[in-house]
Design a binder for this molecule. Sequence first.
Ligand SMILES: [Zn+2]
Length: 362
Amino acid sequence: MSWKLGEVAGIGVFVHFTFFLLIFVLGISYFAQGGMSAALHGVGLILVLFAIVVLHELGHAMAARYYGIRTKDIILLPIGGVARLERIPREPVQELVVALAGPAVNVALAILFFLLLKATGRSLLPDQNLAETGFLAALFGANIGLALFNMLPAFPMDGGRVLRALLAMQMDYVRSTRVAASIGQGMALLFGLWGLFGGGPMLMLLALFVWIGAREEASQVVLQSTLAGVSVTRAMITDFAVLSPHEPLEQAVRLTLDGFQQEFPVVERGMLVGMLARRDLVNALSQHGASYLVGDAMRREFHTAQAHDLLDVVQLRLRETGDASIPIMDQGRLVGLLTRDNLGEYVMFEAARKGQEPFANL
Ligand SMILES: [Zn+2]
């Protein structure tokens, strides 16, 4: 759940509701430490920090725009920000520039705050007590910290992309992703050990975050390269059951138990009119019983793909919508169903055919 804060350069900036929770908790802890003025100071500082994170993400977005890549939105989470680019550039130089643009914003801001501190003759070092630290010194330190943290050479940090882009200038994209992911996982292991032997739980959490990020990036890239340029008809199911909107849910329950299918296209007079997912079925069953009609329980709004679409594009759409399957259409007629499961099977067989280890997990 996110709220829209506003728009910058045509890109929506959203804030996740857990972010307000963070502000609230920090505000209370500052208040307990030093009263109202400390609370205002602390919360003010957090808000400015997040404005800096937005600028960092805008750095990525503007660099991407330079290469004609749109940014869907920027989301602020308690752990930082995410600029959701329409795609990651495959051209190593472009990926390098887009990845560096975020930390570059922090370096520029750090220089700005450094000059302001010099001009006002204040100390550079932040105080022990955050609530009493000078605002400028805190912002200078935060920008240095953000630049260094983001340049750690591990996915999902910007440094991971920088590393991959540099490797991709020497070797192919999939291989460089695997190498960058392995380096990231090696680093995660070191962080984990460091956390375990005295570094504290935050480091262990970071290690876990980096480990998962590396794995996800690698499997997604291997997956996309396996699926690139392949027609969706190669992997879709053509033998599947459909429902009529006038049938009772009882029929959907029977079909689910009889086979492997989890989502059913609902067809009326040869036209696809809805999709009945497992969760829709279960919800309607518990609320209205088994004689309730499929047509009243189905979703009327759903995504479709065309038979001439390519698998890598459709996989991205499935990933974004979170649906378990997507109906495949050809000239307005339903011709197939692509599910996450059979996509996974396709990837497994393709990997086996090429003698690779099946790396992708869906
Ligand atoms: Zn970044």
